[in-house]
Ligand binder design. Structure first.
Ligand code: BES
Ligand code: ZN
Ligand code: ZN
Length: 501
């Protein structure tokens, strides 16, 4: 789909549908102009209660020659005084999906004329571009039934947003350029997470990372099992032992920040988590193909930084393996020696994420990072605590955590802090080794994070548990069912706002 901000008048533009945002509590100037052209049909729909203009509600009527576009698509925006950039994203996504599902090929939109407090024209352009692209995302490569293939082939060709003020138009367009690049990175992540584990093995993930590095221009080194052994990553290797698929350590670098210390991102990439010897129950196990969402988000963030040519040094470290109960598998009771030298007693082989991450975090120290952020679908306990709305946020540095919270408010990828009090640490004390990989049921998300904390030393570090937010069973306004691509927009905003030189 092409998104075109151009000089012109919405009421003179020809298309299959004109998209109009409507507030619950009264028509704005644009809506009044449109309303006049359709003999007050919009007002009538509102006063009769047939269209209440609640956020993300839609109604489509024929224009009958009131203006050159054939139809009028009304999109509810909620209360005028409560409008935000996130609501603009949602309304843009809702409108795009409605246009596509009607089988329409092109539309003209007035959504960029909505007033959003504290948002620049560039922010508005970015929000519309991001949400429109992300709302229309689909993963259809394994669908073969004719009617479904036909349905999936329905695509919008163009969305035109006319803007009379030339300076504002330029700003909208530049924001849209940013939004399209970020949305593309998020789409790459959704593709990777949606892919079945039989296809997306650690080897395949590394290959795709290499392809993306060539496409977008960043460095990609792939460390093979012998290299991982040389690094003494005993915890990472133990998890990989149970599978015939060899592990990969994927290291990405976007060097745009000169001599500045890098921001290092670390992402869990278990391409399938069966639980290993501590095997999971069968129900829902298919979802464990998404256990590489943290790694995919890191890859997406580096893609976005490279495409946007951000003046920043950004490193991505992605340990990737399967967690299977093969004959060589590691076992509960085993004691592992991690790269940092810290020894670990295995209580459950299903708490494998922290084992691959602890070696990756130790490796991160080599880059003398300004900060380390790891992302992982780490604990079921996080889903219990925060559901599918917020990612869990923990860390050792107040300043870094605050920055992440600000970036989270900007992008609406929500995070909620959990406490890392020392008192919880006794739960992961081991009798035989330095630490054990499970701290029991209470505060499972916190004890997992406290385990990771042992491996980051004094470097400012934050951990995002995305177990509940990486996948959605319900479609959302700019995210269809399935992989969400969580983290990319948040990390890109964080990098842009705080780590550029
Ligand atoms: N990948 C899972 C966590 C997970 C669970 C992600 C549900 C998404 C949805 C992780 O490796 C795991 O199995 N964690 C265990 C830890 C436990 C053994 C301490 C868990 O949460 O049950
Ligand atoms: Zn597990
Ligand atoms: Zn896992």
């Amino acid at each position: 789909m092409k998104l075109v901000f151009k000089d012109g008048d919405i009421l003179k533009e020809r298309s299959n549908a004109l998209i109009l945002g409507v507030y619950e509590d009264g028509l704005d100037e644009m809506a009044k102009r449109v309303d006049k052209r359709v003999r007050k049909k919009v007002s009538k729909l509102l006063s009769s209660g047939e269209f209440e203009a609640r956020l993300n509600s839609t109604s489509i009527i024929h224009a009958f020659g009131g203006f050159p576009s054939e139809r009028l698509l009304l999109v509810g925006l909620g209360k005028h005084s409560e409008f935000t950039i996130e609501k603009l994203r949602q309304a843009s996504g809702t409108a795009a999906v409605a246009v596509r599902n009607k089988g329409l090929k092109n539309a003209v939109s007035s959504l960029h004329l909505c007033e959003v407090p504290e948002a620049s024209p560039s922010d508005v352009g970015q929000a519309i571009a991001e949400a429109t692209t992300l709302a229309l995302y689909r993963f259809g490569k394994y669908k073969t039934e004719k009617d479904v293939v036909k349905e999936y082939a329905k695509e919008i060709k163009s969305l035109v947003l006319p803007e009379k003020n030339a300076a504002r138009c330029r700003e909208l367009r530049s924001g849209a350029g940013i939004g399209e690049k970020i949305a593309k990175a998020v789409s790459h992540v959704r593709d990777l997470v949606s892919e079945p584990a039989g296809v997306l093995t650690p080897t395949e993930l590394a290959n795709r990372a290499r392809d993306l590095s060539k496409e977008h221009g960043f460095k990609c080194s792939i460390i093979m099992p012998e290299g991982i052994k040389k690094l003494n990553m005993g915890a990472f290797l133990a998890v990989a032992q149970g599978s015939h698929q060899p592990p990969r350590l994927i290291v990405l670098e976007h060097n745009g920040g000169g001599a500045a210390r890098p921001l290092v991102l670390v992402g869990k990439a278990i391409t399938f988590d069966s639980g290993g010897i501590s095997i999971k129950p069968w129900e829902g196990m298919e979802e464990m193909k998404d256990d590489m969402s943290g790694g995919a988000a890191v890859l997406g963030a580096v893609c976005a930084a490279a495409q946007l040519k951000l003046p920043i040094n950004l490193v991505g470290i992605i340990p990737s393996t399967e967690n299977l109960p093969g004959g060589g598998a590691y076992k509960p009771g085993d004691v592992l020696r991690s790269m940092s030298g810290i020894t670990i007693e295995v209580i459950s082989t299903d708490a494998e994420g922290r084992l691959i991450l602890c070696d990756a975090l130790a490796y991160a120290a080599r880059y003398k990072p300004a900060a380390i952020i790891d992302l992982a679908t780490l604990t079921g306990a996080c889903v219990v605590a925060l559901g599918h709305v917020n990612s869990g946020l923990m860390g050792n540095d107040e300043g870094l955590l605050k920055k992440i919270e600000v970036a989270s408010r900007v992008t609406s990828e929500k995070v909620w802090r959990l406490p890392l009090d020392d008192e919880y640490a006794k739960q992961i004390k081991s009798d035989i080794a330095d630490v054990k990989n499970v701290g029991g049921r209470p505060a499972g998300t916190i004890t997992a994070a406290l385990f990771l904390k042992k491996f980051v030393g004094d470097t400012p570090w934050a951990h995002l548990d995305i177990a509940g937010t990486a996948w959605t069973k319900e479609a959302m306004p700019y995210c269809p069912k399935g992989a969400t691509g969580i983290g990319v927009r948040l990390l890109t905003e964080l990098a842009r706002a705080y780590y550029t030189t």
